[in-house]
Design a protein around this ligand. Structure first.
Ligand code: AMP
Length: 300
């Protein structure tokens, strides 16, 4: 089943302790879409400026990502993010954010997009997320991501959104920031009590935790030796997870658990290179091969 995503499409500048890249293709919706495209057709809703190269749109379109919802704003520049990773390659500092076209974004969905049953609101303002949610009248599974910027600056809008979604995906520091809880298990359930039926807390190299009313569990990260650039790991996790759910066409607890595993593996490929470079090299079989290995690793 097709999967709709709204989020950022960006130029990123990334510094790691050993290397740096400028003006590479990034953004929450780019990573999400690309990772999800291994599982299901994707419909992308985002905005870019006039400086956006057609070649990047073509790259996304070549992966069965429908770009009819990617607006080009005349006279505007594309969203730009600059980040720097600390020596542990897990923690990062945002050095600069230029929202540019993303700040003026007023999403209007093509008619066929509004009927999508699987919806992911990737990182972006909760106001934009809500505008898309309201247009997606056909959605049966609505999952969102959020981040510190929006928890700090748009808390009320975010809390209103939480009441309207089925799932929330966020990282450990964001869950603590949102709830004021240091214990992640308590934080996970506290976020759930704010609205969503399930919550996923991503913990970078330490894996991800799942919370619903009846289940609490942890999925370890796939052990990767070769971490080149963690940017987009969280969004790729979301893409792998939602892509698998849309492919299966359901979100039963058992399907959700396997989806968490696919999210974990999609992220494990993304961190092996800058930008989408590693994802661009792989096929679905590579993910499934890693899945067999991951399942063997977890059975005892
Ligand atoms: P992740 O590493 O999964 O958290 O995602 C990193 C991506 O998120 C980068 O490619 C950025 O372009 C994008 N990003 C950073 N800040 C924001 C923001 N405030 N809103 C939306 N996307 C963002």
């Amino acid at each position: 089943m097709p999967l709709l995503v709204v989020g950022s499409v960006a130029f990123d500048n990334v510094q790691t302790p050993t290397a740096a890249r400028e003006n590479v293709l990034g953004g929450s919706a780019s990573y999400f879409s690309y990772a999800a495209s291994y599982f299901t057709p994707v419909r992308l809703v985002s905005v870019v400026g006039e400086d956006w190269p057609q070649e990047y749109t073509d790259l996304l379109a070549s992966r069965n990502i429908d770009t009819a919802g990617l607006q080009v704003l005349p006279g505007a520049k594309t969203f730009r993010w600059t980040g720097k990773y600390l020596d542990n390659m897990n923690d990062r500092e945002t050095l600069d954010v230029q929202l540019n076209a993303f700040e003026q974004f007023d999403p209007v969905l093509p008619e066929n997009f509004t009927r999508c049953q699987f919806l992911f609101l990737a990182n972006g303002s909760p106001v934009i997320q809500m505008k898309v949610l309201e247009q997606c009248t056909g959605a049966t599974l609505r999952v969102a991501d959020t981040m510190d910027l929006y928890i700090n600056n748009m808390r009320d809008e975010l809390l209103a959104l939480l009441k309207r979604i089925d799932g929330l995906v966020l990282n450990d520091s964001e869950a603590k920031l949102l709830t004021g809880e240091e214990n992640l298990v308590r934080a996970g359930h506290k976020v759930r009590e704010m609205g969503p039926r399930f919550v996923v807390i991503k913990k970078g190299e330490h894996g991800a935790m799942f919370f619903s009313k009846h289940e609490t569990y942890v999925m370890p990260a796939y052990p990767t030796e070769n971490v080149v650039d963690p940017t987009g790991a969280g969004d790729s996790f979301g893409g792998g997870m939602m892509g698998y759910l849309a492919e299966q066409g359901d979100f039963e607890p058992k399907t959700l658990k396997k989806a968490m595993a696919y999210g974990t593996l999609a992220a494990s490929f993304t961190v092996e290179a800058f930008s989408l470079d590693r994802l661009r090299e792989i096929e679905r079989e590579d993910i499934d091969r890693r899945m067999e290995e991951y399942q063997r690793m977890l059975s005892f």
